[in-house]
Design a protein around this ligand. Sequence first.
Ligand code: UD1
Ligand code: UDP
Length: 375
Amino acid sequence: MTENALVLHVLGARPNFVKAAPVVRALTELGVRQGIVHTGQHYDALMSDVFFADLGLPEPIANLGVGSGTHARQTAALLTGLEDVMTEHSPSLVVVYGDVNSTLAAILVCAKLHIPTAHVEAGLRSFDREMPEEVNRVVTDALSDMLFATSPEALSHLAAEGVDPAKVHLVGNPMIDSLFSALPTLDPAPVQARLGVSGAYAVATLHRPANVDDPAAARELVDAVLEVAEQVPVVVPLHPRGRQRLADAGLVDRPNLKIVDPLGYVDFLSLVRGAALVVTDSGGVQEETTMLGIPCLTIRPNTERPITVTHGTNRLVTPSSLPAAASKALADGATTPSGELPPLWDGAAGPRIARVIAAWLRGDNLSPAAKGKVG
Ligand code: UD1
Ligand code: UDP
């Protein structure tokens, strides 16, 4: 490895921090010089700082402070800010995560500056281009030099889009590495006591534009959550997006419904660990509930993570099917069709990714077998 090699990780939004932490840690163990560029897409302490603390992430070398805006305005601020950072630091490799606007912007900037890139969580597809994340995924994968896949179906999606299989590595899921690391510290009791919940309860998270941006969709969703709250107390750590719209639609504190600020990573997973049911539209939460064996009802027409349905506790629901599905899930508990967890979701994805990156920095030619599946 060249001693001067520098790896930069571009992070901007809550799920990025969770996915990056195991990769940063594993690269540190291999002695790779690296830095975090925080775009500032998420900026509230409870959407950002708490994750750096809970996950042990190092301080960013730069925070671009791009903040919120329309897609075009936010992406424009990301592009100019990231171009300056990349020009200043000339990294050997830039690692991007997931499917947020910060991911897309970093890939575009690096492609134009001829800086090599790696995409962690490559190849997920919902096949729904109305989701901003799907657009970000397709473009990011098309421009990435190294693609790290979390589940096997990603390999066929990438092949179908003409991505050279030699660039793709099936490594498992670093979000699950973070969950494994946190597991010994996940204690539901303190957060339950703080939030005043006991006995059986459900946790709900809602932030997809398709669910929360349109007042009519928000009302339909809130009505369905209120029906669930008639069966079991529901706690909602509410993402700032759509907070007002959901409140206007009736998602406010009432008996059996508790609306709270977003929770830090350890608090959130502790609350989930003690829950009888999770209702969500999050991507990551579908995966975490699969690993924790908690029934998960995902209010979306599709998922880019079908493995959480085939190999996990996740079921897709509509607002109208949610109340009955909740009643069934509360009665049946967690069930998984295959009875097997997703392959390579074993807590060692970060080290697999770090080994590939370190070999690449050294200029090693990986064998074709190692490229398909990194052991
Ligand atoms: C973004 C990602 C989404 C991901 C989610 C994770 C894109 C296109 N979307 O959605 O894929 O699932 O992050 O949480 O990148 N806001 C605050 N404080 C913050 C951050 C956001 O108040 O710290 C509010 C602002 O009103 C902002 C809105 O949330 O306009 C949306 O934020 P933004 O980052 O644009 O998208 P998310 O919905 O968070
Ligand atoms: N999460 C959290 N606190 C919360 C809600 C979620 O720590 O109040 C964590 C969750 O455990 C997962 C990540 O945030 O690790 C998922 O982020 P989010 O749902 O915002 O994004 P998505 O995965 O949908 O892109």
